[in-house]
Design a protein around this ligand. Sequence first.
Ligand SMILES: Cc1cc2nc3c(=O)[nH]c(=O)nc-3n(C[C@H](O)[C@H](O)[C@H](O)COP(=O)(O)O)c2cc1C
Length: 203
Amino acid sequence: MTSTNNPLAWLTTRRSVRRYRPDPIPDAWIEQLLTAATWAPSAHNRQPWRFAVITNPGIREQLARAMGDRLQTDLSADGAPPDVIAADVNRSYQRLTAAPLLILLCLTMAEMDHYADGRRQQNEWIMAVQSTALAGQNLLLAAHALGLGACWLCAPLFCPDVVRTALRLPADWQPQALFTLGFPAEQKEKSRQPISSRVLYFR
Ligand SMILES: Cc1cc2nc3c(=O)[nH]c(=O)nc-3n(C[C@H](O)[C@H](O)[C@H](O)COP(=O)(O)O)c2cc1C
């Protein structure tokens, strides 16, 4: 099937974009992105996702510095060389402060089911993680459909307490991912492994 007759071709052209023009994203577009995210399916339709939308430069800076400090502590504990640590911390800071829009994706268990036993409770939490990730993917695809660039950053998973404190998030919000977004300033190419290496068919 060629890209001209494949209605799914646009989906394959979404790339993680990490460099952006400084132009702000209109508020109406941000609302569209969030709306698209919340139309993801979710376990029991409980919609456990939560979003923190950060366009304020001061808050963005505070968050980037706090996350950078934790990264520095973690890399130092690993025994990484100081120049490597400095480069990593600087890269992280630049990426967060250069993006015109940051959206933090969190989950809450507040409206999920609660079980007395750990096995079922763990599965319920996994369902909340899966549902929240689907909202994240909807957000990425919506950004792509609008002509925006976006990238999923896993850093908040490694410093949830730092992120919660920097943004004064509600205590039950569990940070899952941080999205950088903006009008793209780079074009990326990526490949995928052949489907046959990832699938078992039972025909
Ligand atoms: C769960 C998850 C975590 C990711 N974390 C990061 C990250 O911390 N930094 C980054 O630059 N990209 C991150 N990415 C983006 C991946 O590197 C990217 O999706 C992958 O290389 C495929 O490229 P593509 O999105 O352009 O198809 C993450 C993606 C996912 C789904």
